[in-house]
Write a protein that binds this ligand. Structure first.
Ligand code: SDX
Length: 385
């Protein structure tokens, strides 16, 4: 029998059938349930896209109004969870606090966690409450009480207010809405895949989202936008950009915000977020991030032929919205929770335990040696994997 080949990182492995999201990596197209992301970013809202991803069709005005009202009614934090969060160390990483809070919520609200179609209740609850969790974590670590809810705000306006602490302008709210739409789903990315693996065992939706939060935290996945801003702050001025980027590449460092496993051309989300970075820069009379990013982009493309991904410009948009760097990835999660939960529901609907195999490369017929007859392996070779 021919030795099977290993597709490291499951690259190009088709692991599921899905109707939720289509990516054309060659053409640079992203489609949610048949609708091009460029149309949705221009014409839709996060609530409407959430409905689309969960139910597979655009809502009527009545359906959208009902969904928006339900989401608004589910934004508050239960007191026991607030108590736990308030006593976490102030230097806890926001993604760790978010992961803990999602787990805690599952214990406090077990009714929402039954695997199957009823999990849509949990999907709504998590989508509504994640921004409140992120904001409360940020306020507690600064010794402040959580912000009071402001009724009547759209989801994007609510998120912009909670994460920046200020009343957002109309342009800021629209920028937030577009960012939330763009991050809502992306087919079988690592965090969504981990959510589907968890759901495929018939574990509950909150456990699946907890798996996904832990996966998104990684800098090769969700954590990149925070590192893009750290890189820009380290570069400082535009005249230093070219040398700084070349030095990083010479050290074989990854430049955060560039490259993608699927896109072989520009990530369409980067195209849209670049324009919002420019618009917000102009509104705030602060073009330094946009100008720096354009320069970095031209050097990386010239040197490595790499294109920007969704993380390159998202950090500058969030910075111009007044959001702290270490809340960027939690904000990514606050949007992607819609995609995660849509995929979990799809998995429940056509369940198959996800369990690949490995190509075993070790020995298979060793004889057991009694402990007193064993010779210690050289220290160099007796190390944990
Ligand atoms: C997201 O999967 C998704 O859909 C994710 C996402 C989503 O919406 O869920 O789109 C969100 O995660 C976007 C990606 C954010 N991460 C980063 O920006 C981190 C930096 N990018 C990379 O580490 C990398 O591009 C990945 C991880 C995103 C993709 O890596 P691959 O497909 O495994 O590609 P690779 O590592 O095999 O690299 C191929 C070549 C290598 O060169 P050689 O060693 O063969 O000479 O390209 C080079 C890499 O060195 N390369 C980079 C690079 N990305 C790839 N070189 C410098 N900087 C980079 N960013």
């Amino acid at each position: 029998m021919a030795t099977p080949t290993v597709d490291r990182g499951l690259e190009d492995v088709v692991a599921a059938e899905s109707k939720i999201c289509f990516i054309d990596g060659k053409e640079g197209r992203l489609v949610y349930e048949g609708y091009d992301i460029r149309d949705l970013a221009e014409k839709s809202t996060f609530e409407e896209v959430a409905y689309l991803l969960w139910y597979g069709q655009l809502p009527t005005r009545g359906q959208l109004s009902d969904l928006s009202k339900r989401l608004e009614s589910l934004r508050s934090l239960p007191v026991p969870l607030r108590d736990v969060m308030e006593h976490l160390p102030p230097n806890a990483q926001p993604m760790d606090v978010l992961r803990t809070a999602v787990s805690g919520l599952a214990i406090l609200e077990p009714a929402e966690t039954k695997p199957g179609p009823s999990s849509i209740g949990g999907a709504l609850r998590l989508t509504a409450v994640l921004p409140s969790i992120i904001s409360a974590a940020d306020r507690f670590r600064r010794g402040l009480e959580p912000l009071p809810e402001r009724p009547g705000l759209s989801h994007a306006a609510h998120v912009a207010y909670l994460l920046s602490g200020k009343t957002a302008t109309e342009l800021d709210v629209r920028a937030m809405d577009v960012a939330l739409i763009l991050h809502a789903d992306h087919e079988l990315n690592a965090s969504t895949f981990s959510a589907r693996v968890t759901a495929s065992t018939l574990s509950d939706l909150y456990s699946a989202v907890t798996s996904a939060v832990g996966t998104l935290k990684g800098p090769l996945h969700g954590g990149a936008n925070e590192r893009v801003m750290a890189m820009l702050r380290e570069i400082g001025t535009i005249d230093r950009a070219e040398v700084a980027v070349r030095e990083k590449l010479a050290r074989h460092e990854r430049i955060m915000g560039f490259g993608h496993r699927v896109y072989k051309v520009e990530d369409p989300r980067a195209t849209i977020l670049r324009e919002w970075s420019r618009r917000l820069g102009e509104e705030n009379h602060d073009m330094r991030w946009y100008d720096l990013l354009r320069k970095v982009e031209s050097v990386v493309h010239q040197e490595k032929g790499l294109y920007p991904n969704v993380d390159l410009y998202s950090g500058s948009v969030y910075t111009l919205l007044g959001i702290p760097d270490d809340l960027f990835t939690p904000l990514f999660a606050a949007s992607r929770v819609v995609g995660w939960t849509a995929h979990v529901l799809e998995e429940y609907n056509d369940l198959r335990l996800i369990r690949p195999t490995a190509l075993y490369t070790g020995p298979t017929r060793l004889t057991y040696v009694p402990i007193d007859e064993r010779v210690a392996a050289e220290p160099a070779s007796a190390v944990p994997r």
